[in-house]
Write a protein that binds this ligand. Structure first.
Ligand code: NAD
Ligand code: UDP
Ligand code: UDP
Length: 317
């Protein structure tokens, strides 16, 4: 494939955790990749290893501002994902989700590009239905500290579906459940990175609340695979589709596993549960299985081993 034939792909948030893995996979598949990022939570070091590839380009840009480029496909991932980051400047978080979606949809409309939105399990809020199927409308607090993220992402989904209905855009919406792996930010406060960093430094493992709340953790390689498959589905398929690993663990179980795999000697301590922290979360992935023939392959234990190996290289102990 030569450069003229290669599809030109825009990844917003491409210098973040998931975005950098996505850029890597797209380049490996022969695409021309434009990574757009304002480096709010992402970094150049996440994509430094891709810079020598002539098909890769990085642009510093904030998606809340218009963007005029020519591309065939857009993966819209720009948005801080960890609670401490998205709550640091909540107004900017909503702007990134909502204005960012409008701009990327406007761009997709002008150039006729297919566009995929990285939505989230947070659209279900603190769910009363368990596991969560796509047909469940969720239980989200509109005025709490997580609302900038949850409602921003919900509004972005609305915009995607209205651009489809009104302008016949080729859209895909994936609802990503908790994902972890190498290149997570060591200080982003998410539970997997926190526990691993604490265990490697022999610092106390901080469990918020009694640790009985649950999450389902997907290893990054499994998630990128299904994001790519979703983009390649026929235009009739829009989602929203849940993507994640249905294995469900309490935070106490996660802490025990991290301590066992790191050999860490940390003490487990309890801290207050943050406001609106969901009690439980587990994806129903039957739609992704039926349409994309996908299910995650990497167990939490194997994924944690890879992630721990990565953090051993970046964390000063
Ligand atoms: P991340 O914070 O590592 O990556 C987000 C990237 O977006 C960063 O590189 C950041 O600098 C960039 N960004 C933020 N605001 C921007 C703006 N206004 N303009 C341009 N770039 C901007 O987070 P991640 O875990 O890689 O998440 C990527 C996407 O996936 C996000 O949209 C997130 O909401 C979604 N998601 C992630 C998870 C998960 O568990 N990792 C779960 C659900 C949804
Ligand atoms: N937009 C953009 N890049 C483009 C085309 C549009 O960033 O290549 C932005 C544009 O600035 C606008 C938004 O996308 O604010 C929505 O565009 P649309 O054409 O849907 O709406 P309108 O321009 O009519 O408000
Ligand atoms: N959590 C915890 N200790 C930490 C960080 C998080 O017990 O050091 C808990 C948090 O309260 C939540 C779960 O782990 O119940 C997942 O938190 P994370 O921020 O990773 O993701 P989210 O809440 O957005 O799913």
């Amino acid at each position: 494939m030569n450069y003229q034939q290669a599809s030109k792909i825009l990844v917003t948030g491409g210098a973040g955790f998931l975005g950098s893995h996505l850029c890597e996979r797209l380049l490996a598949a022969g695409s021309d990749v434009l990574c757009v990022d304002n480096f709010y939570t992402g970094s150049k070091s996440n994509v430094a290893h891709l810079m020598s590839d002539q098909r890769f380009e990085v642009m510093r840009h904030d998606v809340t501002l218009p963007l005029h480029v020519e591309v065939d496909k857009i993966f819209n991932l720009a948005c801080p994902a960890s609670p401490i980051h998205y709550q640091f400047d909540p107004v900017q978080t909503t702007k990134t989700s909502v204005h960012g979606a409008i701009n990327m949809l406007g761009l997709a409309k002008r150039v006729g590009a297919k566009i995929l939105q990285a939505s989230t399990s947070e659209v279900y809020g603190d769910p009363e239905v368990h596991p969560q199927p796509e047909g469940y409308w969720g239980r989200v607090n509109p005025v709490g500290i997580r609302s900038c993220y949850d409602e921003g992402k919900r509004c972005a989904e609305t915009l995607f579906f209205d651009y489809k209905r009104q302008h016949n855009l080729d859209i895909k919406v994936v609802r990503i459940f908790n994902t972890y792996g190498p290149r997570m930010h060591p200080n982003d406060g998410r539970v997997v990175s926190n526990f691993i960093v604490q265990a490697l430094k022999n610092e106390n493992i901080t469990i918020y609340g009694d640790g009985s709340q649950t999450r389902s953790f997907c290893y990054v390689d499994d998630l990128i695979e299904v994001i790519l498959r979703t983009m390649d589905t026929p235009s009739e398929f829009t989602g929203p589709v849940n993507i994640g690993n249905p294995g469900e663990f309490t935070m106490l179980e996660l802490a025990e596993m991290v301590l066992r795999l790191t050999g860490g000697k940390s003490k487990v301590i309890h801290e207050p549960l943050p406001q609106d922290d969901p009690r439980q979360r587990k994806p129903d992935i039957s739609l992704a299985k039926a349409v994309m023939g996908w299910e995650p392959k990497i167990s939490l234990e194997d994924g944690l081993k890879e992630t721990i190996a990565y953090f051993r290289g970046v964390v000063k102990t």
